[in-house]
Design a protein around this ligand. Structure first.
Ligand SMILES: [Zn+2]
Length: 150
């Protein structure tokens, strides 16, 4: 668990971004949340039973609060500058099963029951349509050095 901020000089703590907007988020949770400069944390949505990684969105304190307390995933839309309840218009709701912070408290994992497609393109997940070529690594096998970028 990297806690560099806690080990830093006291004055540097003040530079850690606080909530971007007023929120009813539980104070103990809000105190641990490590937000980016815009007051947001990435939120990974995962299908609870298959393990599928469905999508990544952004949450501010209030979006996390609503996700924790309404049973539905709520995100902050960076493009529209407003809260966004997943599936409200598409019908592709995300019903919350569990919510966790990662070890650094800078990323949220929401396990959900996803209705239909998670991606706005109609794909089941946001990662289905653009698989990149990658060398498959085999544990214990010799690895070749990566080619230098030119
Ligand atoms: Zn998508």
């Amino acid at each position: 668990m990297a806690e560099s901020a806690l080990g830093a000089a006291p004055g540097t703590m003040a530079t850690m971004p606080g909530p971007a907007r007023p929120s009813h988020l539980n104070r103990a949770i809000a105190a641990r949340l490590k937000r980016d400069a815009d007051g947001l944390v990435p939120a990974v949505a995962q299908q609870h039973d298959t393990g599928e990684v469905l999508m990544v969105g952004w949450m501010d304190d209030e979006a996390l609060h609503r996700t924790l307390t309404t049973g539905r995933c709520t995100y902050w839309s960076r493009s529209r500058g407003e809260y966004w309840v997943k599936g409200e218009t598409s019908g592709h709701q995300q019903w919350v099963r569990s919510v966790a912070l990662d070890c650094d408290a800078d990323t949220v994992l929401v396990q959900v029951d996803q209705i239909g497609a998670a991606c706005h393109t109609g794909e089941r997940t946001c990662f289905d349509a653009d698989v990149l070529p990658a060398v498959v690594g085999v544990p214990g096998a010799r690895t070749s050095p990566a080619p230098s970028a030119t």
